[in-house]
Design a protein around this ligand. Sequence first.
Ligand SMILES: NC(=O)c1ccc[n+]([C@@H]2O[C@H](COP(=O)([O-])OP(=O)(O)OC[C@H]3O[C@@H](n4cnc5c(N)ncnc54)[C@H](OP(=O)(O)O)[C@@H]3O)[C@@H](O)[C@H]2O)c1
Length: 262
Amino acid sequence: MDLGTHDKHALVLGASQGLGLATAQALLTEGARVTLSGRSPERLEAVRAALPAVQRASCFIALADLAEADAAAVISARAQERGGPVDILVNNTCGLPPGKPSAITSEAMASYFSSMVTPVIALTLNLIAGMRMRGWGRVLTIASSGVVQLITHLPMSNALRSTLVGFMKSLSGEVAAAGVTINLVLPGRIATGRTRSIDAAQALTSGKSADEIAKAPTAIIPAGRYGTPEEFAAAVTFLASSQASYMAGGLVRIDGGAIRSV
Ligand SMILES: NC(=O)c1ccc[n+]([C@@H]2O[C@H](COP(=O)([O-])OP(=O)(O)OC[C@H]3O[C@@H](n4cnc5c(N)ncnc54)[C@H](OP(=O)(O)O)[C@@H]3O)[C@@H](O)[C@H]2O)c1
């Protein structure tokens, strides 16, 4: 199947590792020009340096910290300066801390809101105007299975990602007729450095091994295992493709069946 991504420019946030990196690599493999965004020049340059030469020539870097007030404008300008108009936007951000809902402070809520909700909305609005004009665009926002089946120890994530779901779903209805599709992607448990470090931290406090800690979440995943970043990236790349032109406003689960509801 020709995904029709070879003449497209994709901007991937949080592309230095994990889900963002795997998605950027998959889009490069499908021939897209890809701008990697993140905070660390060393990590992003290392990702770029490790690419095959032909992909390296189509890979650019837009350095920015999403927590900075001008992040959306900076990323948009840097990405388009090198890679041209952005056709595919993959919104991927930091993870959120665990805790009890009653322990959340308004300061922490405001701080995370301004580093993972405000800039994502601002960047999406910034880039979507050009997508509408050109009659083609894809916006994929990586949320979490927790927006459908709440993750009890991640209330901040449940709350803030649900805000993004509400916004993206609303915007998708406005732009779908212009050839711009907006979808949300809901990872369940994907084996990235982040999930490994969460398991390792729990292992440290419980005296168990990280493998033992992973047994409980694995047991409730019908697929019987964590997903791989490559499996996640393959699904996102399909959603970013020309072939996914009639998929709009969806919440697409990539969770091995972990979410129980229909
Ligand atoms: N993995 C899973 O199973 C899973 C499940 C549900 C939801 N999620 C969510 O999906 C997202 C990606 O997951 P992951 O496992 O790939 O996480 P990860 O390995 O921690 O990657 C997060 C990425 O975000 C970037 N980032 C973090 N803070 C940033 C900031 N302030 N400004 C710009 N970039 C920033 C990081 O880059 P630098 O640090 O280099 O800047 C990194 O590239 C996270 O939001 C996570 O909570 C993941």
